[in-house]
Design a protein around this ligand. Structure first.
Ligand SMILES: C[S@@+](CC[C@H](N)C(=O)[O-])C[C@H]1O[C@@H](n2cnc3c(N)ncnc32)[C@H](O)[C@@H]1O
Length: 267
């Protein structure tokens, strides 16, 4: 499982794109003022806090990363939210929640079918799950360009060839919808949208660090040892690529493809 603990302390500040994408997911999910809500893969808890401001119901935030949950408890622990370290694979709720909110997390689930079974059990009848996640292997062409430069680097290419991507990606909204339908859900909305925002190369690197780096720079996804030097050189090459991608105003046009899906547990 991917450990986000390394970036947990700076995650809330640097998660620009996760935050902006969450707004669209909130719009789609329409959390009611009495809903009990599970924030699945809640990270540093900043979006869980937003949920707690929307409902008087019970709000629970779970995440696989101890560091993320420590941050969430430190910053938002006093707001009546239950934060717990719990990988989705160990989720054990039955008929508790009206809504499951899952932002920028689903692509990390190694066994999405198992995750969806646990989510189905955790929801009440008519309960809704909403996910926003990177959609498709080329979910961020800017990152792909950066990693192609890594693959072409004589210093890094041999080690990078030993990297196996950890993400579960589907290429079409139909495939995502089928996955949810197979788990018993009725899909209400499924669409892969393109989002676009402009950032300096350094800010684009922070965005890379806030998600993708937890895969690309993670020992567990390499079948050879990787050193701190490798990680640092990798980030430098990605930064160089972002500088090359910047327009005449020095801004990188950062494009993401994201699946937005809302589904309901039928009666
Ligand atoms: C990019 S962060 C998103 C955090 C937050 N939802 C947000 O939108 O800001 C992805 C989160 O998914 C968590 N995660 C990854 N795999 C997980 C799993 N199997 N079970 C629960 N959480 C997981 C990570 O620890 C990390 O905090």
């Amino acid at each position: 499982m991917t450990d986000f603990t390394e970036i947990s302390k700076r995650y809330e500040k640097d998660s620009f794109v996760q935050k902006s994408a969450s707004e669209q997911l909130f719009d789609l999910l329409k959390i009611n003022t009495t809903d009990n809500v599970l924030d699945l893969g809640c990270g540093a808890g900043n979006l869980t806090k937003k949920i707690a401001e929307m409902t008087k119901g019970k709000v629970v935030g779970v995440d696989a990363s101890e560091g993320m949950i420590a941050e969430a408890k430190k910053n938002y622990g006093g707001l009546g939210i239950d934060f717990a370290v719990c990988p989705v694979e160990e989720l054990n709720y039955t008929g508790c929640f009206d809504v499951i909110f899952c932002n920028s997390t689903f692509q990390w689930f190694k066994h999405p079918q198992v995750a969806l079974k646990s989510c189905f059990n955790a929801l009440k009848a008519n309960g809704r799950i909403g996910i926003q996640a990177a959609g498709g292997k080329a979910y961020c062409p800017n990152f792909i360009q950066g990693t192609q430069k890594v693959a072409a680097s004589l210093y890094l290419n041999k080690q990078f060839a030993n990297f196996t991507p950890p993400w579960n990606f589907m290429e079409t909204s139909k495939e995502y919808a089928a996955l949810f339908e197979n788990a018993g859900f009725e899909v209400l909305h499924a669409e892969i949208d393109q989002t676009q925002s402009f950032h300096s190369p350094e800010e684009a690197l922070k965005i890379f660090d806030s998600g993708a780096a937890a895969g690309y720079l993670n020992q567990q996804y390499y079948c050879c040892p990787i050193s701190e030097d490798y990680k640092s050189a990798f980030r430098n090459v990605v930064l160089e690529s972002f500088k090359e991608q910047a327009n005449s105003e020095g801004q990188v046009d950062l494009v993401f493809y994201r699946i937005f899906l809302v589904a309901m547990k039928p009666q």
